[in-house]
Design a protein around this ligand. Structure first.
Ligand code: SAH
Length: 479
């Protein structure tokens, strides 16, 4: 799934032409300069490096020099790199830069054909022998890409090659074949280590991967669906991790509560959005699997982290409960986000700088007894704490009771952080002593952080307060 990075309006026109020929590609546009992109970004260097590091194919609509300089610091492992191409923003040149063993020249030819220009192929092996050698069809993998460079140099220097096993894709390559050739291309299922002068191709073992990849190239095999349970972080898109943005960009179906779905949008017209209602979680989780099992890419959206009082656990439980093979065949991923406690903590300093625990005060899914017990024991053990779901209309007395318990174990000066709508419009953050904490200051959109006996606070120059819990415990170590 290539990512097209665009820096100018002219580049956008070219990007759209490329995308029309490469359906599934996502266009990333520079904020303020490019309109109509699928995703926008504000830092080219960071964006290209993130995609490179996550192994994504990159088509950069800008000068080759900018692209090279942005990636220079992180270029190391030749075998593992994804294809990276620079394309002139007016579409007049296509330059494959990196990812020779990952098919960059194949893609360069494909894009060049879309744009009706000649690709700037510079790899001599490719020019001499055609593109097939290092890019077998998806049913095969090259076991030792690290040996490819020497192998091809040897071929170019005049050595001949013999082929053992069936390598249909090499029929089109113009290789110097010879039954007594010094070099060997072996197609085998064995795991034997490659010898000198040998390239080994293996048929892929996982038939599921076969099915998915052949579908990707249009062979018509049934496609393997994807389900990603993603966390948006607290709200501000800058705090969303890049793989979550990519997963949302590639999704065909987006599921989630309306508020969160709005935070993750806008979406493209080809993406379907299902705002989930308040049906119970397991039912929503099963619905997601039903959709993904048909071969589609589904993203289920949670705020913060999907594993913290959110959908990830229900989704995995639904899978555990199911013996439907089409559900188990779905490519399932849980992608993390910055949870509310961590976001609020960072805004106030480092109140969770030592041991802490996170508790939900909601007794919808667990008995209140256990909540009281946990608060009391965590307070006694001197953990700092974060309370989620602290209060709601149907649960008015639980928070006052929790505060009462805290006061039995903590001094009245204990710093309390109240973070409300952190990362969202109208965000507020307050630091007060435990003595002043009342339920009226708190609602469902608030996360409460309770300090340990060592948590302290002091005035900031801007009128607020810094809060922190030191890394040490007991007495401050001598420096
Ligand atoms: N998965 C979410 C938590 C969902 S439970 C996460 O990891 O953050 C919902 C509770 O999380 C809310 O009642 C509130 O206590 C807290 N919360 C979620 N987002 C918040 C935000 N932006 N600011 C403050 N509290 C938040």
């Amino acid at each position: 799934m290539p990512v097209i990075l665009v820096l100018s309006a002219l580049g956008m026109e070219t990007a759209l032409r490329i995308k029309a020929g490469l359906p599934g590609a996502a266009i990333y546009g520079f904020e303020g300069r490019v309109e109509g992109a699928d995703v926008s970004f504000s830092n080219f260097g960071e964006t290209i490096r993130e995609h490179y590091q996550s192994g994504q194919t990159i088509i950069a609509l800008c000068a080759a020099g900018i692209t090279i300089r942005s990636l220079a610091l992180i270029l190391d492992n030749k075998g593992a790199e994804p294809p990276v191409l620079a394309v002139a923003d007016d579409g007049s040149a296509v330059v494959p830069l990196l990812g020779g063993t990952a098919g960059v020249n194949v893609l360069a030819r494909q894009i060049a054909q879309i744009l009706d220009v000649a690709p700037a192929i510079t790899t001599s092996g490719e020019l001499r022998f055609g593109t097939c050698l290092l890019n077998p069809p998806p049913e095969f993998i090259l076991k030792n890409p690290e040996d490819a460079k020497t192998f091809i140099s040897d071929l170019l220097a005049g050595k001949t090659v013999r082929i053992e096993g069936d390598a249909p894709w090499l029929k089109e390559a113009r290789l110097p074949l010879d039954d007594s050739g010094e070099l060997l291309i072996r197609v085998t299922t064995s795991d034997a280590a490659p010898q000198e002068g040998e390239l080994i191709f293996q048929p892929r073992k996982d038939p599921v991967i076969n099915a998915a990849t052949s579908e990707d190239i249009g062979a018509g095999a049934p496609k393997r669906g994807r389900l990603a349970v993603v966390g948006l972080g607290p709200g501000d898109p800058d705090f969303m991790i890049p793989v979550v943005k990519q997963e949302i960009a590639r999704a065909e179906i987006i599921l989630g509560y309306e508020t969160y779905v709005r935070m993750a949008g806008p979406f493209r017209p080809d993406q379907t959005v299902h705002m989930t209602d308040n049906r119970e979680e397991m039912q929503r989780a099963r619905h997601a699997f039903e959709l993904a099992a048909t071969g589609r890419s589904v993203v289920m959206i949670s705020s913060g982290d999907p594993g913290v009082f959110a959908m990830a656990a229900a989704v995995i439980e639904a899978l555990h409960d199911s013996d439907d093979p089409t559900w188990h065949n779905v490519h399932l991923e849980i992608l993390p986000g910055v949870s509310a406690a961590l976001a609020a903590a960072s805004h106030s300093g480092a109140p969770l700088g030592h041991d802490f625990c996170i508790l939900s005060l909601s007794d919808n899914l667990k008995p209140w007894d256990i909540i009281e017990k946990r608060i009391a024991l965590a307070a006694e053990a001197d953990f700092a704490m974060a309370f989620y779901n602290p209060i709601s209309k149907p649960r008015p007395w639980q928070l006052p009771r929790a505060i009462e318990i805290l006061r039995q174990y903590r001094s009245p000066e204990t710093p309390i952080v109240l973070g409300r709508d952190i990362g969202r419009p109208g965000a507020s953050l307050r630091v007060i002593p435990l003595a002043e904490l009342t339920p009226q200051q708190v609602d469902m959109r608030t996360v409460i952080i309770v300090g340990s006996s060592l948590t302290r606070s002091f005035d900031r120059i801007d009128g607020g307060k810094w809060v922190y819990t030191p890394r040490w415990y007991g007495t401050k170590p001598e420096v």
